[in-house]
Design a protein around this ligand. Structure first.
Ligand code: AMP
Length: 327
């Protein structure tokens, strides 16, 4: 499943653009604002609670929207993915979404933002009030508060997703609706391009490049994905590790793992169920050992002496390690 976030201030045109995108990519469009307005129209308990907050331009509690989001994920199995519009809107929601997706073995694929100036937000919302008659669009104070709420609570998500390397921006004032749509489609097309631009030849210059990226990382390591697309059902990567990096003792229950050392000096260490070391395989240097096939279900870790680069391959897509698979 793909999980895309359509981001931007109120009035940026997220709802306007969402239809064409979700149709083209077979995504389920989830607008939390629209879901809440439906609850209000249906007179549900949730709607009654949300109405006052929405009419004042405030946010409803995180738990309310997160519940709606999770049940929509659960009830839509026959789509290629989801296009989230109006969610997440706070850092708390973004962190909760990451956790919710990790539990499902998934992650946010990309955040596509439509950006407009504050002055344009006001004009667009006032214009929309005349057409759609939304209560929270009609009142000047509410509009002001929604803009302030956006800057205070939602804008920090830009840095959050930039740091995760997932943020892309489209200028929402680059022309008319059609121009913005074209710009959005260009972004969607480009999302998988990072895989197309992967280096084909695995040579010294590539190893130098990934080595530099690991040296800049606080975790003292980095992965260079060698798959062709996010949808590849395998794991093939270069894994760069610097001395001092810590890998917990772990195991993979679904596939064996092949590790080939391309640069450096390190040990692969096997443990029993109690965490007692059973075998230590020295690799690199003058050991004459280049790699290890780690059996399915074998507890293991890596200890790194010199900056080491391994090629790592496993069957099946990546998913976060669960507690039972870590010692
Ligand atoms: P929207 O249609 O996205 O502009 O949302 C309309 C209103 O619904 C917002 O001003 C909030 O009061 C509420 N709302 C929508 N999405 C969320 C969310 N993710 N978190 C909290 N409140 C939300």
């Amino acid at each position: 499943m793909k999980y895309y976030i359509l981001f931007g201030p109120p009035g940026a045109g997220k709802g306007t653009q969402a239809g064409a995108i979700s149709e083209k990519y077979n995504l389920k469009h989830i607008s939390t604002g629209e879901m809440l307005r439906n609850e209000i129209a249906a007179g549900t308990e949730l709607g009654k609670q949300a109405k006052e907050l929405i009419d004042a331009g405030n946010l409803v509690p995180d738990s309310v929207v997160e519940g709606m989001i999770e049940s929509t994920f659960n009830n839509n199995k026959n789509v290629a993915g989801f296009l989230l519009d109006g969610f997440p809107r706070t850092l708390g929601q973004a962190v909760d979404l990451d956790e919710m997706l990790a539990r499902r073995g998934e992650k946010v694929n990309a955040v596509i933002s439509i950006m407009i100036k504050d002055e344009t937000i006001k004009q667009r919302i006032q214009h929309r009030a005349e057409i759609e008659g939304r209560a929270d669009d009609a009142n000047e104070e509410t509009i002001k508060n929604r803009i302030a709420t956006y800057h205070k609570q939602t804008e920090p998500l830009i840095t959050y997703y930039k740091n995760a390397g997932k943020y892309q921006e489209v200028d929402g004032e680059c022309g008319g609706i059609e121009d913005v749509r074209k710009a959005m489609f260009r972004v969607f097309k480009g999302i998988d391009r990072k895989f197309m631009e992967r280096q084909v030849v695995l040579d010294d210059s590539l190893l130098d490049k990934v080595q530099m990226l690991a040296q800049e990382s606080p975790r003292l390591r980095m992965n260079y994905d060698l798959r062709n697309s996010e949808d590849d059902q395998s794991q093939r990567m270069l894994n760069v590790m610097l001395p001092g990096t810590h890998t917990t003792i772990h195991k993979h229950n679904l596939s064996s793992e092949t590790v080939m050392l391309m640069r450096g000096k390190m040990d692969t260490v096997f443990y029993n169920n109690k965490g007692v070391e059973m075998q230590r395989i020295h690799m690199g240097g003058d050991t004459g050992v280049f790699g290890v096939n780690i059996p399915k279900g074998q507890w293991h870790t890596f200890e790194v002496y010199d900056l080491s680069i391994i090629f790592m391959a496993q069957d099946g897509p990546w998913s976060p390690l669960s507690k039972e698979n870590m010692l």
